[in-house]
Design a protein around this ligand. Structure first.
Ligand SMILES: Cc1cc2nc3c(=O)[nH]c(=O)nc-3n(C[C@H](O)[C@H](O)[C@H](O)COP(=O)(O)O)c2cc1C
Length: 190
């Protein structure tokens, strides 16, 4: 089993990153191979809407650091997205990445029947950390739940982690760490 994480915070060991790493650690313990991509440390641009991935190429034609991340998505059984809430949405770094995943949709994704170039059966975990309590900004994960349909993920597991304004505050939130670990155990069970 392969598990990958895409880290959208500019802080490497920030709250969302710590939670993603917890997930990966549990996956390793269950025998999975893992990889992690820290977007802030990479050179990449957003989607240019060039249409190259819909005519002529079956992958993104932009040759930058995201090429490896997009390839890894094909190889991974579980994909973990982790991002802070920035002004009621994902981070800018994460959104640029997400727009590039447009290349993983087929040319006929609007009409179907096969929308995604990703193989069936993959699971998506979406970790969102924020300063406000988790009762606030509930629309964010609800909005991004549509990724499940576009990319034909078999499962979508949102983790909304609130009251995490300070850097690293999640280290003092055993219930959140345990929630992520439990989910990792559940999803990596064969
Ligand atoms: C530019 C910026 C915008 C933010 N906007 C919000 C926000 O709208 N709502 C919120 O609850 N927290 C907001 N925060 C706080 C972060 O979401 C919070 O600190 C989060 O836990 C950081 O995660 P990280 O350590 O993984 O980067 C913001 C922080 C920054 C730096």
């Amino acid at each position: 089993m392969k598990v990958m994480a895409v880290l959208g915070s500019p802080i490497k060991d920030g709250n969302s990153g710590i939670l993603a790493q917890k997930f990966l650690d549990k996956a390793v313990a269950a025998g999975a191979a893992t990889s992690s991509f820290f977007l802030e440390g990479m050179n990449y641009k957003g989607c240019k809407a060039c249409g190259g991935c819909k005519s002529g190429s079956d992958k993104c034609v932009i040759k930058d650091d995201l090429a490896e991340v997009l390839d890894e998505m094909h190889k991974s059984d579980i994909i973990v997205y982790a991002t802070p809430n920035y002004f009621g949405d994902v981070s800018g770094q994460f959104k640029l990445f997400l727009d590039r995943t447009f290349s993983l949709l087929t040319p006929s994704f609007m009409s179907g029947p096969k929308k995604s170039r990703l193989a069936m059966g993959k699971k998506l975990v979406f970790i969102l950390s924020q300063g406000a309590p988790e009762q606030a900004f509930t629309d964010i994960l609800t909005r991004y739940a549509h990724l499940r349909d576009y990319f034909e993920f078999a499962e979508f597991h949102p983790i909304h982690a609130g009251n995490l304004m300070e850097n690293g505050a999640v280290k003092n939130r055993p219930e959140l760490l345990a929630k992520v670990e439990k989910l990792a155990e559940q999803l990596t069970k064969s």
